[in-house]
Design a protein around this ligand. Structure first.
Ligand code: HEM
Length: 268
C-alpha cells in the first residue's frame, strides 16, 4: 500500500551521509579557509600570540565536544564514530597550553564570545539531540586530519618549535594513515541509522558547525587586532575600532564636539 511504498522510499539510501555532508559543507569549507586567520596561517604568518589564543579556544571547544561524546558513547548515533583512543584532543591541548603558559595555564585561558556560543551549542545537543554530535565531530576531527596536518607543520616552522613541543594538538599517534582513518570514519558515519528528517538535521548542523568555527576565527582576529593596537596612539585605536560603525563614529564625533565646546566654555 501507500505506507509501505513511502517507508521503502524513506529507508532507501541514495547517497552516503559522508558524501552528503562533504557536499553540504563545501562552500562553508571555502569560507573557513578564507577567514583572515586561516589566510595568515597559510602564508606562515602565525605569531605566538595568535597561536596561544587559538589554543585557548580549541581547548574550550574540545572540552565541550569530548565531554558530550563521552557522555553519549553508547548512543546509537555516536557509538560508531566514537574513537577516543585515536582522536581525543583534550589532553594534547592541555600539554600545548602548559608549554606556552606554564603550570598555571588554566587561569590564563581567554576566549571570545563566539567560542562560548559554540561550546554552549555542543553541550545543548549533547544533552538534547545526540544525533547531531556526528556533525560536529566530523567538522573538527576530519578537518584536523586533513588541512590540520599542514597547519601543524606551519606552526612548528613559524614559531621555531622543536619536536612536538607546543604542537601536540596536530599529532595523532593513534592514527597511522590519516587517509585510511578518514575512510574508516566515513564508513562508520554511513552506518548510522537516521530517518530522512534526522539526516537533514545532521547536514544543517554540519554547516552550522563550520559557521561556529568561522565566527571563532573572526572573533580571534578581532581580539588580536585590539591587542596589537593597544600599544598604538589612542586616535589610531579609535579610528580602527569605530570605522565599522557610522552610528558610533557619529556619536563619538558629537561627544568630542560637546566635550570641546564644554572645555571651551569652561576655559572662558
Ligand atoms: C587553512 C585552512 C584549511 C585548509 C588549507 C584546509 C584543507 C583541507 C584539505 C586539503 C582537505 C582534504 C580534502 C579531501 O581530502 O578531499 C580538507 C578536508 C576537510 N576540512 Fe579543511 N582546510 C582548512 C580549514 C578547515 C577548517 C577551519 C575546517 C573546520 C573547522 C575544516 C574542515 C575540514 C573537513 C571536515 C574536511 C573533510 C572533508 C571530507 O572529506 O568530508 N577545514 N581540508
Amino acid at each position: 500500500g501507500v505506507n509501505s511504498k513511502s517507508s521503502a522510499i524513506q529507508n532507501y539510501c541514495l547517497v552516503d551521509l559522508s558524501e552528503q555532508i562533504k557536499a553540504a559543507t563545501k562552500d562553508s569549507h571555502v569560507r573557513a579557509e578564507n577567514t583572515q586567520l586561516m589566510l595568515n596561517y597559510q602564508k606562515g604568518q602565525i605569531t605566538q600570540t595568535q597561536y596561544k589564543l587559538l589554543l585557548c579556544s580549541l581547548y574550550e571547544i574540545y572540552r565541550a565536544l569530548e565531554a558530550e561524546l563521552d557522555r553519549n558513547a553508547d548512543h546509537p548515533a555516536v557509538q560508531p564514530i566514537y574513537f577516543p583512543q585515536e582522536l581525543a584532543r583534550l589532553e594534547t591541548l592541555e600539554l600545548d597550553l602548559e608549554h606556552f603558559f606554564g603550570p598555571h595555564w588554566r587561569k590564563r585561558i581567554t576566549v571570545p564570545a563566539a567560542t562560548h556560543k559554540y561550546t554552549q551549542r555542543l553541550r545543548e545537543i549533547g544533552k538534547n539531540s545526540p544525533n547531531l554530535l556526528v556533525a560536529h565531530a566530523y567538522t573538527r576531527y576530519l578537518g584536523d586530519l586533513s588541512g590540520g596536518q599542514v597547519l601543524g607543520k606551519i606552526t612548528q616552522k613559524s614559531l621555531g618549535l622543536s619536536g612536538n613541543k607546543g604542537v601536540f594538538f596536530f599529532s595523532f599517534p593513534g592514527v597511522t594513515s590519516p587517509n585510511r582513518f578518514k575512510q574508516l570514519y566515513r564508513s562508520r558515519m554511513n552506518s548510522i541509522e537516521l530517518t530522512e528528517q534526522q539526516r537533514r538535521e545532521v547536514l544543517d548542523e554540519a554547516t552550522r558547525a563550520f559557521e561556529f568555527n568561522i565566527e571563532v576565527f573572526d572573533d580571534l582576529q578581532k581580539m588580536l587586532s585590539i591587542t596589537e593596537e593597544a600599544s598604538s596612539e589612542f586616535h589610531e585605536i579609535q579610528s580602527k575600532t569605530f570605522s565599522s560603525s557610522p552610528v558610533l563614529q557619529f556619536a563619538l564625533g558629537v561627544g568630542i564636539t560637546l566635550a570641546t565646546v564644554g572645555i571651551g566654555v569652561y576655559a572662558f
